[in-house]
Write a protein of this length. Structure first.
Length: 185
């Protein structure tokens, strides 16, 4: 349950840094407000035994401002905020958020792309991992103050899920599903 929701000025920031960019384009001086943010990794997880995608559902305050629910369906993901390879960070996120211990060699890079290009332009690297019950180490749910719900979405229901506008989901998740349906199924 969400209570006492309010917006306050940001005095200091740990993860994003707002800035004003000034530049000249075709002889005209311009400015643009931006957010400098971390790059990220995201992983499409497929449970082979259950024929299901493993997703996460969590509260996002920025979404709450738009729809008064604030819960989103997303790929397992995390920011790149340490000196580790992207592949290692992807492995750690799978373990922390979804509870699977996946060997590095079983995580496949799909591609990378830029997100929030109108104001942030962060790069996200997308991976794919197949899991089974032997890799399940714990229930998942994230670390510290994260409250992540692990969701299993049967592949047979994924196409309807993609086009259900009542469910808030990220473009990366939709892209990953399209990739899966065009290459894996």
């Amino acid at each position: 349950m969400i209570e006492e929701f309010r917006i306050e000025p940001l005095e200091t920031s740990h993860f994003v840094r707002p800035a004003l960019v000034r530049y000249r384009q075709n002889g005209t001086m311009k400015s643009w407000e931006i957010i400098r943010a971390h790059d990220s990794v995201a992983i499409l997880i497929f449970d082979k035994e259950k024929e299901a995608f493993v997703l996460v559902r969590q509260f996002r305050p920025a979404v709450y401002l738009q729809n008064s629910d604030g819960y989103t369906f997303e790929l397992c993901a995390g920011i790149v905020d340490k000196e580790s390879s992207l592949l290692q960070i992807a492995k750690e996120e799978i373990y922390e958020e979804c509870g699977y211990d996946v060997p590095l060699e079983r995580i496949e890079k799909i591609t990378s792309f830029y997100t929030s290009v109108g104001f942030a332009g962060s790069k996200q690297t997308l991976y794919y991992a197949e899991v089974d019950s032997t890799m399940k180490a714990h229930a998942g749910g994230g670390i510290e103050m994260e409250e992540i719900e692990v969701i299993e979405l049967p592949v047979a229901k994924a196409r309807d899920f993609m086009f259900d506008e009542s469910l808030v989901k990220t473009p990366g998740l939709l892209f990953a599903f399209m990739w899966f349906f065009s290459t894996k199924s």
